[in-house]
Design a protein. Sequence first.
Length: 153
Amino acid sequence: MEPEQQEQAAAQLAAGEIRSADEFPPAEPPKPSKPPEPAHEPERAAEPVTEPSASPTVPYSLGGKHYDTLEESIADLKNPDKDCSYTPDTLLADIDGFVQTFHKGFAWYHDPFCTIVFPHISKVQFEFVRQRFESISSAMADLLNQMERTINV
């Protein structure tokens, strides 16, 4: 969205006219005034397009188990004899999922709906936010240190 559209969407969100930015109507692409002429100039390298990166290769596997029906999946979940103990793979998958969810949730705070209030935050409020963020960093560092101390090499 263009900055002007972001402001309009934020205003509509605040007024309760829409419930999410996804409901904001997309901008119509500008209509060319005349058809493009064939280029006779040497081709220049196109601007790099930033696309969502594919999932990085991960150092864990969950076995790729698939079920033919929902009932089979539910039966497997309800199986009392199933080994549900944590393994390095399930721990890494769990942490990876948490990090993905965190990034997705945290992206909300970059939305104009939130950033528009940044200039109005007091120093006391800013320090509160800084301390809360530091508590996240500290908790992650503590877990990494605990893991590192106990790794069997």
